[in-house]
Ligand binder design. Structure first.
Ligand SMILES: NC(=O)c1ccc[n+]([C@@H]2O[C@H](COP(=O)([O-])OP(=O)(O)OC[C@H]3O[C@@H](n4cnc5c(N)ncnc54)[C@H](OP(=O)(O)O)[C@@H]3O)[C@@H](O)[C@H]2O)c1
Length: 424
């Protein structure tokens, strides 16, 4: 095993009770660090000692990051070792190369822990739903942001104060960028695209918006309309009738109807909905991170791998069919959904009429509009629209910004309309 941090220690604890698998060596950076767990084997500061050991059949990578993890995994595969990894960043950025390399060397890469921690999502899509054409995987894939948004709703806390609490409780890192700006979800969507649709998506081509701009006031307002704000990631066939075509892959905050199962995913949990043409829709909910849930996925992979080692050609059975080229992505502007808008405007006559005219010019129908007087700063206008193309909303907001009456677009969030994202 490479790495003995949060996840690695969990793996050691779980393997204590496992009779058929033994850890032979664990590589770390700092040999002197106190690990808080009884060590089952020798520690080494030299990863090549593991990779070059002919007795070692499976390398578990729980060190994280892009480099040197990439070099280590490449070399392990070239030495014909099977790999279990929890490293979403690595797979999202180098998946096509690594899976092709594994295929050429007749070994398997297992990666259950890389998405949704303890939820057996990867094996469910890969094996359990094998008979299905998957049209969409949609979910709450980041526990840190879900914890923050849940605190903001339940306690009325500001984003900053909910983030500080998440950091204090160990749910968020000192630099929360990866979580709150949606990078972590984008990595997971790349991996889910490979599994569900056969190709990885370059993380930088995933449309991404984080939660920094979401305010407790927006969350309370959304609640009044019957919605809960969630950071939603999705990878869907842009045209459900054309498997192999472009993918619509995106992550942004959305207003989820309170009656939808994803709205009930609270705290640091993850929740994922998968649509298949035969199964219809299934939803899985559970812990998306944490020491033991993540170790549960890593050790489950290792047990599966070990139990199949003696079978001939088993690696090809376990390897999902992933095309070595990157997926094409749909234009972000072609996405269609209703919007929630929070505008700050001058409190002068005719503003609502002008907003209506601008929206009409861009083919946007308003479903409801509420104006509230706000001292000093003019008025606050809250609008819910019917389903609209992203590109039309962007051009309408650009036109609004040219008008003197507009003080600020306080927030513009999409509304999750399950039926608008094509049915199976
Ligand atoms: N934590 C979670 O809840 C969670 C959930 C899902 C997935 N993951 C993924 O699991 C992986 C591990 O996460 P973690 O939270 O366990 O990380 P972590 O606590 O930071 O542990 C990283 C470990 O890797 C070791 N390491 C780093 N660079 C190394 C190098 N060059 N050579 C040898 N060892 C090296 C470190 O050694 P030292 O201890 O000596 O510094 C440390 O033991 C990441 O890919 C992460 O994205 C984590």
């Amino acid at each position: 095993m490479i790495g003995l941090g949060t996840v690695g220690v969990g793996v050691v604890r779980l393997l204590e009770q496992e009779r058929h698998l033994a850890l032979k060596k664990i590589a770390v950076r700092d040999l002197k660090k106190e690990r808080g767990v009884a060590l089952p084997c020798e520690l080494t500061a030299s990863v090549p000692e593991i990779i070059e050991d002919p007795e070692i059949e499976i390398v578990i990578e729980v060190m994280g990051g892009e480099q040197p993890a990439l070099d280590f995994i490449r070399r392990a595969i070239e030495r014909r070792k099977h790999v279990v990894t929890a490293n979403k960043e690595l797979l999202a950025k180098h998946g096509p190369e690594l899976f092709a390399l594994a295929r050429d060397n007749g070994v398997a890469i297992f990666f259950e822990a890389s998405v949704a921690g303890g939820i057996p999502l990867i094996s469910t899509i890969h094996k359990g739903l094998e008979a299905n054409r998957i049209s969409a995987v949609i979910g709450i894939l980041n526990g840190t942001t879900n914890f923050i948004l849940s605190r903001m709703e339940e306690e009325g806390e500001s984003y900053q104060s909910a983030l500080a609490r998440a950091q204090k409780l160990g749910f968020a890192e000192a630099d929360p960028t990866n979580d709150v700006d949606g990078h972590d979800v984008a990595y997971k969507l790349s991996i889910l695209s490979a599994l569900a649709h056969g190709r990885f998506v370059r993380p930088e081509s995933i449309y991404r918006q984080g939660i920094r701009k979401v305010s407790a006031a927006d969350i309370a307002q959304a609640r009044e309309f019957g919605y809960r704000v969630k950071l939603v990631g999705m990878t869907c066939l842009a045209d459900p009738d054309s498997a192999g075509g472009a993918l619509s892959v995106r992550v942004h905050p959305m207003l989820v109807p309170l009656s939808h199962p994803l709205a009930a995913v609270s705290g640091s949990n993850n929740g994922i909905l998968v649509r298949g043409h035969a199964v219809g829709e299934i939803t899985m909910v559970g812990p998306g991170a944490g020491q033991m849930p993540t170790a549960s996925a890593v050790v489950g992979d290792a047990i599966n791998l070990a139990s199949a080692l003696a079978l001939p050609d088993f690696a090809s059975y376990f390897q999902p069919e992933i095309d070595p080229t990157w997926a094409a992505t749909a234009e972000p502007g072609d996405f269609r959904c209703p919007f929630y808008l929070n505008l700050s405007v001058s409190d002068v006559p005719g503003v609502i009429g002008q907003i209506g005219t601008i929206f009409g010019n861009h083919d946007i129908s308003i479903q409801s509009i509420i104006q509230r007087g706000v001292q000093d700063r003019g008025a606050s206008v809250i609008i819910l629209t019917q389903a609209v193309l992203d590109s039309n909303m962007a051009s309408a907001l650009a036109e609004l910004q040219q008008r003197d009456f507009l003080l600020e677009i306080v927030n513009a969030m999409r509304i999750f309309q399950p039926e608008a994202i094509h049915a199976p």
